[in-house]
Design a binder for this molecule. Structure first.
Ligand SMILES: [Fe+2]
Length: 395
């Protein structure tokens, strides 16, 4: 009995620690991560990390020094304060919620859109220096994800159109120029006809020169289109705008352009909300469906609003696919007002598809159960494809 009670105690301690940690991670995801990088933000983030640690230590100490009682033995309960009960109950309830959510995710599996078919090509990079936690860290286990999207009534002139997507370079000390060059080269070898870059070039202004040196000479027959991400606005939006224009790329600063392939038009639009201007009007994306419409938005949080304009495909990054995932529970921190909803992969609203890329780089320098990616889309006419195996399983 004593052994069972100890095992039960240990489980309660483990569950309460995880529950408290998950709750704090959820607050970070929804309210802190999207705030501009600043000293107060760093202080709040460190404070929340510290709070997780302190809560775990409190739980452990309470478990160890519970006056000889086992942790939740009935006789011990009256000795626990109401405040302690409330805290423990809350931590355990949070743990239960995340457990149920984890189970639902596993049972339901990733969203398989019947109009899409994916293939994954490993294109790992060998760094000169070992990343932190080399055994589990997937920082450089890059993948080229090739996706076919069937669009009903696609203009015959657009059959086979290829669109490449690069996002979240975060070029710097860890995601070096060599690594990002490797990622760009592997995608450009597939010769996408249109290239979409969806932001977060660097974390610090001192890396801007190396990053934009890399992009010199990058071109695509139908053009290279760019939207800036949160880090770009924090690093220097105008400087990055100037560099993009110098390279002959098109910045889609809350506007749309039209490109033609075999006489068939495609609308390519980009929004930089909320970092440029929260809730920017979307009337530059006409909701009628007489042409293929592709929208670039760094954050997937704009998708519910964008879907009202009926784009065929919205391309986003920003979440890094959750970046640090743990077995069974999945991602811990996802910088989104919707929490983990738009973590990675495909989402559908009405006729509109959203694809959230896991991106090339990272911030901080750890990726677990979440490999980086570059993405190539191919548009084909047609009805839903037969169900398929989605390669982007969460766990
Ligand atoms: Fe990012």
């Amino acid at each position: 009995m004593a052994v069972l009670a100890t095992v039960f105690d240990l489980f309660i301690v483990f569950a309460a620690c995880l529950g408290a940690g998950f709750f704090i991670a959820n607050i970070m995801s929804r309210f802190i991560c999207n705030l501009p990088d600043s000293r107060p933000k760093v202080v709040v983030e460190l404070g929340l990390h510290g709070l997780s640690g302190v809560l775990c230590v409190i739980i452990l100490l309470r478990a160890i020094f519970n006056e000889g009682q086992t942790f939740v033995q009935f006789e011990g309960w009256p000795k626990l304060s109401y405040l302690w009960f409330l805290f423990l109950g809350f931590a355990l309830a949070t743990f239960m919620v995340f457990t149920v959510m984890g189970l639902v995710r596993i049972v339901r599996g990733p969203f398989l859109d019947p109009h899409t078919k994916s293939m994954v090509h490993p294109i790992s990079f060998k760094p000169m220096t070992q990343p932190p936690l080399p055994r589990v860290n997937q920082l450089f286990d890059l993948e080229l994800v090739e996706i076919e999207i069937a669009i009903p009534n696609l203009d015959p002139g657009l059959t086979g159109l290829t669109v490449g997507n690069l996002t979240d370079f975060h070029l710097g000390k860890v995601c070096t120029q060599d690594y990002v060059r490797h990622a760009i080269d592997r995608l450009m070898e597939r010769q996408p006809e249109l290239l979409a870059i969806t932001g977060d070039f660097v974390n610090y202004p001192r890396h801007l020169d190396s990053c934009f040196d890399l992009l010199k000479g990058i071109s695509a027959p139908l053009g290279v289109y760019v939207v800036r991400g949160n880090h770009d606005f924090w690093v220097g939006a105008e400087d990055i705008d100037r560099r993009i224009r110098q390279l002959g790329m098109t910045l889609l600063h809350d506007r749309a352009v039209e490109v033609e392939r075999n006489g068939a038009p495609t609308l390519v639009a980009g929004i930089e909300s909320p970092w440029n201007m929260a809730g920017v009007p979307l009337d530059f994306i006409p909701p009628d469906a007489d042409k293929l419409k592709i929208v670039l938005s760094h954050t997937p949080d704009e998708f519910p609003r964008l879907a009202r304009q009926n784009p065929h495909l919205v391309l986003s990054g920003h979440t890094h696919g959750g970046q640090i995932c743990i077995p069974f529970f999945g991602s811990v921190v996802v910088p989104s007002n919707y929490g983990r909803k738009y973590e990675r992969g495909f989402f559908r609203e009405g006729e509109s598809l959203l694809y959230v890329s896991r991106g090339i780089g990272c911030h901080p320098p750890i990726r677990t159960l979440c490999k980086p990616e570059v993405t190539l889309f191919r548009f084909v006419p047609g009805d839903p494809i037969t169900p398929h195996e989605n390669p982007q399983k969460i766990l």
